[in-house]
Design a protein around this ligand. Structure first.
Ligand code: EPZ
Length: 417
């Protein structure tokens, strides 16, 4: 088990090139399965979810080359269709391979996807959409077998703008026979990245008044694509500045994807300068932020649920009271108990947490229970007096490329033990 040790009280200073977006690259790795040729990706983050997904692609029969942040996937031959439970069970995004494999080979043997313990995370919307396109499936305990002679384009409507279901149905529709329309789709920037990448591969995906229109094509082509910056990692560093103060410049990040987040930070007292052309954000804050926030998480462009725990950590020391309502996942407050162990005064009633302002956090031993909760504890440790030791830090490595090293290079006293 890995530990991260954080010594609080040092302001951050310096600049950082933000890693490629985890939640963009994972569906794009599935998209590479659709093409019987070569897909070249740059700015791929070196995180365990990516390494695990590349292993799954190899198990399916792809050839994968990885040098630093560059990945080349060759998927010429016949791809076999079964994935191992030990890998699928711990990574929710593995189910994104279903849409691509049904489009490419017409079958996939997999297991019910696992993931972080933030909620039931059903896949009913994925399965309903795939079935409407002509796919059939059987679920036997945890095993899911899916097959389709040839996916057919059809009119689809999502009852909730599920990110994963939108991505799976886009992947399934790219090579389907005919036109698929998708209403009620998620609009996260990572979805736009997937669409841009797929169209660069020769797919035909357009948007008309919020409806996605996918015209199936018979084949795709070799392509190259640069993964955009990870807005949740950028938001994490901004929360770190809001927790222990300082001045940081972020590069390789599109401010547009963080519009609501930046506005909330400004209102709480952080100074921010953005450049949409150079893809940079500069932030400066005294510690702690003078004012609190009232946040409600929701589908883009609402406040991102993935920053909820992280901002709660920062707001634990802000000058005024804050409130955070979590509307996306039904149990995404597991970090509250851990933050309380550091002295945060947080009260949860239903789906809303009230964070008292003006707390002083004391370092202590805490446990990361999922990816973003772990990052939140690191942010809290930066604000706390003394040493904070975070266990199960391997959760953090699922989505952050060397968070301890990144914070250290910005002047924080952080070590991976
Ligand atoms: C993606 O998960 C992200 N993961 C999550 O990031 C992110 O929190 C989430 O989108 C919301 O933005 C990846 O992209 C790999 P959803 P996903 O389908 O696709 C319900 C992180 O920390 N739902 O939009 O699983 C579901 O239960 C991770 O990087 C159904 O009911 O999210 C949830 O309440 C955590 N039926 C809500 O929709 C379905 O078939 C949002 O889920 C699918 C989803």
């Amino acid at each position: 088990m890995a530990y991260i040790q954080v010594e609080g009280g040092n302001p951050l200073k310096g600049s950082l090139v933000v890693q490629g977006a985890k939640n963009a690259v994972l569906p794009i790795l599935s998209a590479a399965l659709l093409h019987k040729g070569t897909t070249e990706l740059s700015e791929v983050p070196d995180i365990s979810d990516v390494r695990d997904t590349l292993e799954l692609l190899k198990l399916l029969g792809c050839r994968v080359e990885k040098q630093g942040h560059r990945v080349v996937i060759r998927a010429e031959g016949h791809l076999s269709g079964s994935l191992p439970q030990r890998m699928v069970g711990r990574m929710r995004s593995s189910f994104l391979l279903a849409g691509a494999m049904l489009g490419r080979e017409g079958r996939l043997e997999t297991f019910y996807p696992g993931g972080c313990t933030i909620g039931a995370r059903p896949i009913d919307l994925h399965l309903a959409g795939l079935r409407s396109m002509g796919a059939e499936y059987v679920i036997d305990r945890d095993r899911i077998s899916l097959w389709a002679k040839r996916l057919q384009g059809t009119d689809l409507k999502l009852s909730y703008p599920s990110v994963g279901a939108t991505e799976n149905l886009l992947l399934a529709a790219a090579l389907a026979e005919g036109v698929t329309t998708l209403k009620g789709a998620a609009r996260e920037p990572e979805i736009q990245a997937l669409i841009t990448c797929l169209n660069g591969m020769g797919a035909d995906i357009r948007e008309d008044k919020g409806t996605l229109i996918i015209t199936g094509v018979s084949r795709l082509q070799d392509s190259a694509y640069e993964i955009p910056g990870d807005r949740i990692v950028a938001g994490t560093i901004l929360a770190a500045v809001g927790s222990c103060g300082g001045e940081v410049r972020l590069e390789h990040i599109e401010p547009e994807g963080l519009r609501g987040v930046l506005e909330a930070l400004r209102q709480a007292g952080m100074e921010l300068w953005t450049d949409e052309v150079k893809h940079t954000i500069r932030a400066r804050a005294a510690s702690p932020l003078p004012r609190g926030m009232k946040l409600v998480t929701g589908p883009f462009p609402e406040f991102p649920t993935d920053l909820q725990a992280i901002f709660m950590a920062m707001l634990s020391v802000a000058g005024e009271e804050s409130k955070i309502q979590e509307t996306v996942f039904e149990s995404r407050f597991r970090h509250v108990k851990q933050l309380r162990r550091l002295g945060a005064e947080i009260e949860v009633v239903g789906d809303t947490a009230r964070i008292a302002g003006g707390s002083t956090l004391q370092g202590g031993l805490v446990e990361a229970q999922d990816l973003r909760a772990g990052a939140a504890l690191a942010v809290a440790g930066l604000a706390a007096e003394g040493i904070t030791l975070i266990s199960h830090a391997e959760y953090i490595a699922r989505g952050y490329e060397d968070l301890p090293g990144v914070l250290q290079r910005l002047g924080a006293h952080v070590a991976l033990l």
